[in-house]
Design a protein around this ligand. Sequence first.
Ligand code: MG
Length: 385
Amino acid sequence: MRAAAIIVSGGSGSRMGRPKQFLPLAGLTVAEWSLRCFVDMAEVESVVLVLGEDSFREHGARLSGGKVKVVAAGPTRMGSVRAGFAALPDNVEIVAVHDGARSMITPEIVRATFAEAAKSGAAVAAVPVKDTLKIVERSETRLVSETPERARFWAAQTPQTYRYSILKEALEKFAGEADATDESQLVERCGHKVAVVESSYENFKITTPEDITMATAIIEAREGGRRESRAGFGYDIHRLVEGRELWLAGVKLPHTKGLLGHSDGDAVLHACCDAVLGALGLGEIGIAFPPTDPKFKGLESKAIVAHVLAKTAAFGGEIVHLDATLIAEEPKLKPHYEKLKASLSALFQLPESRVSLKAKSNEGLDAIGRGEAIACHAVATVLAP
Ligand code: MG
C-alpha cells in the first residue's frame, strides 16, 4: 500500500503563550519529533507538514525537501487537514493524519494503524481511559448525573489512518464542517466503520508547559538508550607566568601568576572544548580561533565554549558528560573545586551531576612540576544525532 502522512501543526498554542510546535524538546522541537518519526519510516512515501502562518514563514523552507512537503494551515484544524490532503501526491492509498503535538509517536503505533486501516478502512490510535468518568449536569451545582461504564471508553489520539478514498469522501461530504476535533467523526458520519488500535499513554498531546517536562523525560529515556554515544578527548597546556590573571574553568582565581596565551589561557575550557569537538569529529578550537589572528587577542574562553555549543547543536549532538583533570603544582586547586565545577556546568549547560573536575600535582616532575605550566586533560561524552 502506498502510504503517506499529514502532520497537522497549525495551532496557535494559546495555552503555551506562543506556538508550541517549535518549542525546544530534547534537542529538536515539538513538531520535528513528530516529523522525524514519519520521515524515518521507509514505508511512508511522502509527508505533508501543515504549519501555521508564522511557523510556515520561519521554518517552511528549512523543513521541506526529500519526502517532506510543507504547506500553510487553514483557519481550523479541519481546514489544515484539507490543506494537507490537497498537497498529497497522486496514487496514495493510505493516509495517516497525525497531530504534530504528539511528539512521542512511535513507528510501531503508526504501523499498527496502517495495518488496521488497510484491513478495515479506518483506524484510530487510542488508549483505554484509566479514570472513572462522570457525566456532570451543565449547571453550577456540578451534580453527577451518571457514571458510565469505564470499560467502553477509549481516549482517541493520532495517528488516525484511513484509506485515501474514505478520507476523501469524508472531507468532501463535510466540506463546510469546521468544528470537528478529529476527522474520524466525519468518517463515522459517512457510515464507515472506524477501528481503534491500542496505542501508548506516552503518545499524549503536548498542551501545557508541564507537558514539555514529561515529554523531555520520555524522549530522553528512549533516545539515550538508542543514540550512539561517543567519547572525545582534549588536552591543553599553558605557561604559568607573572603578570597575568589566572583563569581556569571560566573562574578567575587568586594567584600571583596566570596562564600565558593569546586568549585568557583557560586550559580547562580549551581541553573541554577540544574534547567535545573531538567526539563529534568537528576538529579543534584552533581552527575557528587561530592563535595567529590578532582579533582573538585577549579572547575570553567563554566565547569559545559558546561557539562549541552552537556547533554541537547545529550538528545535532548532545553533550551528556564532561570529565576534566587539571595538572598543576600551584596554586592548590582543591579549595576551588566547587566553584570551578559550578562554572563548568553552567558554561556547558550541564547539571553538576554530569560534570567532573579534579586536579593533580605532577610530583615535582618536568615543567609542570617546576610550576612553569598548567595542563588539563578532558573527556567529553556526547550523543551523536
Ligand atoms: Mg589553550
